[in-house]
Design a protein around this ligand. Structure first.
Ligand SMILES: *Cc1c(COP(=O)(O)O)cnc(C)c1O
Length: 405
């Protein structure tokens, strides 16, 4: 056996490296146990503290904790009075929830293609999609890179549209010195298990408008005038009034107990994420992939996902083959995302063709998210690098014979 074969046939790792591994430490365990021992596991003092810490971190006037980012976006659209007959402009290159919530309020999602290099919504294409029915723009800060908010906010202002942001990836991101969460009318964050701050399931709404915060809070808790914590605690009153038909979209203290230490470590984790990001960039620069677009000095990237585009025009390998080869090396991956216009429901409901959004199509066919988390050890990072270099190092360039002629 030749030495190259030995290298190629050796699995990089003994144990499978899961994609999007959350970093859970003793602090979270202690806080959850303290919550259980307190006897109060519903929405109460820990949620209140989590909201206050989050509000201060982001620099928004108000923060309302809810059960998910999906609930946060849904309640935001409801609060803005968006419903039947209305249209909401968003990116198709996102998680299903971003467009699903538009449908849930009775409105129509209108997709606008992404910029190929940042994979964020392309503001230059937004105006063409505006109709008399357009009510809002719902940008998603893909992978943690803030969208071109100056352009988006200017278009919204000019056409009298609301801006609701899907910031599921963007906790800690900044745009021209301002944190994501202070830019549009309402911003929605996620604490799902793979996100930069996790609570298992959970979300947050931030806004500067008191009526939005009050009404979203009300709608998140059955439309009751008085929260359970305030009703049952000693100083509270047991009475309540139902002032509107709300939902059970509130966050619990058990979830906030996980979120409190997570939020406190966000900044130091971001430093670790930046270091891994740079190591990946450096290691993959010469491979047949597009590494993430350079990050301009006036934004701060939240470094949620490290995604590559496999250059399938250059080399004879498909993205899905890279995924399989990485799995054989015990490296887990993610695909963020297959554009919604290619997904059966959206494709059929709106008669989309793949080429309707060529950049979203381009990215969908090539995108690959590598393991990326502050919980990765240096050894994990080296394993990912070695595995991907091995896999892409042995693929053939396309058209080799032609160029040799
Ligand atoms: C994770 C995610 C969501 C959904 O967040 P939940 O908290 O699970 O509801 C929405 N949008 C994007 C872009 C996401 O990645």
């Amino acid at each position: 056996m030749k030495s190259e074969d030995i290298i190629e046939n050796r699995s990089a790792r003994e144990k499978f490296l899961v994609f999007g591994k959350p970093e859970l430490l003793q602090e979270e365990i202690d806080e959850v146990i303290a919550t259980l021992e307190s006897g109060w596991i519903g929405t109460g003092p820990r949620v209140e503290k989590f909201e206050e810490n989050f509000r201060r971190y982001v620099g928004a006037q108000y923060a309302v904790a809810v059960s998910s980012c999906t609930a946060a976006m849904y309640l935001s659209l409801l609060e803005l009075g968006i419903g039947s007959g209305d249209e909401v402009i968003t990116s198709p290159f996102t998680f299903a929830a971003t467009a699903n919530v538009v449908i849930h309020v009775g409105a129509k999602p209108v997709f606008v293609d992404i910029d190929r290099s940042t994979q964020n919504i392309d503001p230059a294409l937004i105006e063409k999609a505006i109709t008399p029915n357009t009510r809002a723009i719902l940008p998603i800060h893909y992978a943690g890179r803030p969208c071109d908010m100056d352009s988006i906010l200017a278009i919204a202002r000019q056409h009298g549209l609301f801006v609701v942001e899907d910031a599921a990836h963007a906790i800690g991101a900044e745009y021209k010195g301002r944190k994501v969460g202070t830019l549009g009318d309402i911003t929605a964050f996620s604490f799902y298990a793979t996100k930069n701050v996790v609570t298992g399931e959970g979300g947050m709404v931030t806004t500067d408008k008191p009526s939005y915060a009050d009404n979203i809070r009300l709608k998140s808790m059955h439309g009751l005038s008085n929260s359970a914590w305030k009703r049952i605690s000693k100083t509270g009153s047991p009475q309540y009034e139902v002032v509107l038909p709300g939902f059970s979209f509130n966050m619990t203290d058990l979830e906030a107990a996980i979120g409190l230490p997570q939020l406190a470590r966000l900044e130091s984790n971001l430093v670790r994420r930046e270091a891994i990001w740079l190591a990946y960039d450096e290691a993959f620069r010469d491979l047949p992939v597009f590494i993430p677009a350079p990050i301009p000095a006036n934004i701060r990237h939240a470094r949620h996902l490290y995604t590559l585009l496999v250059d399938t025009d250059l080399v004879d390998i498909k993205r899905d083959e890279v995924i399989l080869a990485l799995a054989e090396e015990n490296i887990g991956t993610g695909v963020n995302f297959i554009s919604l216009h290619l997904q059966p429901y959206y494709r059929d409901a709106y008669n989309f063709l793949p080429d309707d959004f060529p950049n979203a199509l381009f990215a969908s066919e090539r995108t690959l998210s590598l393991p990326f988390s502050s919980a990765l050890s240096d050894g994990d990072v080296e394993d990912v690098i070695a595995a991907l270099r091995r896999i892409l190092g042995r693929v053939r360039l396309k058209n080799r014979i032609h160029t040799a002629n």
